[in-house]
Design a protein around this ligand. Structure first.
Ligand code: ARG
Length: 298
């Protein structure tokens, strides 16, 4: 039976009842040699076709990879594929999970855009080679679902936040809730610049989240404020131009974030987080930054 949470009254008990979940230990990154902006499927890509500096992208990607390694994450590299310039955003092709018995699972995405559909099979092959149980959505019923771009785990809890509206359909979360046996808190996205949940919602730890409030409905904001004691808000420039909320905090302490998010960094510092700035300017041209350049795994 699926549990989709849309009301604050449902959320408190669900959070209290949620079983503990281990923090991710590993990450999968797709190498950037074929990364470029070749088409426009989100507003950030407009005007950027053909402008990616491949050398700079490679260098930025390596710095991001090394930051993850420095904070203790084991990074696996999967070669990018010619003709799939967005495959480098490895958060999108799947949603991984570890069950209470320690078995590893992955649900494969149904990409929204035609241009990205072929990416999924390459990631699936990697999962197969690495001992994961593979699951699929029913493509006859569910038009789209873009993995960890829209489905974000709560910190240390078996509870999922499910974004929908641009790239993932609400229906996908019924299957996911059933399959993984976890409640899903539904968040509708309403601002086209914030087309994935990971562009406007960054879970920092059990009680804290970094968000861009204008990306959500008032019902969504109420759910967020019910679940998190500390809701840190990013200002418009840092959220929209620098993708501040596409930061990532895999261990509840170290935040890896695009360079220049001054206001957000001040707030993070106040709450005691260690922040690590990286340059992802080439990837911002495609509407992505730190969070979507890796897939956190168990
Ligand atoms: N150009 C890519 C797209 O529009 C960027 C994806 C970024 N990924 C993310 N999870 N925000 O699909």
């Amino acid at each position: 039976m699926s549990t989709l949470i849309t009301k604050t009254e449902q959320l408190k008990p669900a959070l209290d009842d949620a079983d503990p979940m281990p923090v991710p230990t590993d990450a999968l990154m797709v190498t950037p040699e074929h990364f470029s902006v070749d088409y426009i499927i989100n507003p950030h890509m407009a005007g950027n076709i053909g402008t990616v500096d491949k050398k700079k992208a490679r260098w930025e990607w390596e710095v991001v990879r090394d930051k993850f390694r420095n904070i203790g994450i084991t990074v696996h590299e999967l070669p990018g594929q010619p003709g799939l310039p967005d495959m480098v955003f490895s958060a999108n092709q799947s949603l991984p999970y570890v069950d209470t018995a320690g078995r590893k699972h992955a649900l494969m995405s149904i990409m929204h855009s035609e241009q990205r559909k072929e990416e999924v099979a390459y990631v699936e092959r990697w999962y197969r080679q690495n001992g994961y149980n593979i699951h699929y959505l029913d493509a006859d019923l569910i038009p789209d679902f873009e993995g960890m771009g829209d489905a974000v785990w709560h910190f240390r809890k078996r509870l999922l936040w499910g974004g929908y509206g641009y790239r993932s359909s609400q229906l996908a979360y019924e299957t996911i809730s059933d399959l993984y046996g976890v409640p899903v808190v539904m968040l509708e996205l309403i601002h086209p610049s914030f087309y994935h949940l990971d562009t406007c919602f960054c879970v920092l730890d059990t009680d804290s989240v970094l968000i861009y409030p204008k990306a959500f409905t008032s019902d969504g904001l109420e759910l967020i404020h019910t679940a998190f004691k500390h809701v840190i808000e990013a200002p418009q420039h840092e959220a929209e131009e620098l993708f501040a909320c596409n930061a990532t905090c895999p261990d509840g302490r170290n935040v890896i974030i695009q360079k220049g998010c001054k206001e957000v960094n001040k707030k993070l510092k106040k709450y005691g987080y260690a922040f690590h700035e990286v340059d992802t300017f080439e990837f911002l041209k495609s509407g992505g930054s730190v969070f979507c350049m890796k897939l956190l795994l168990w």
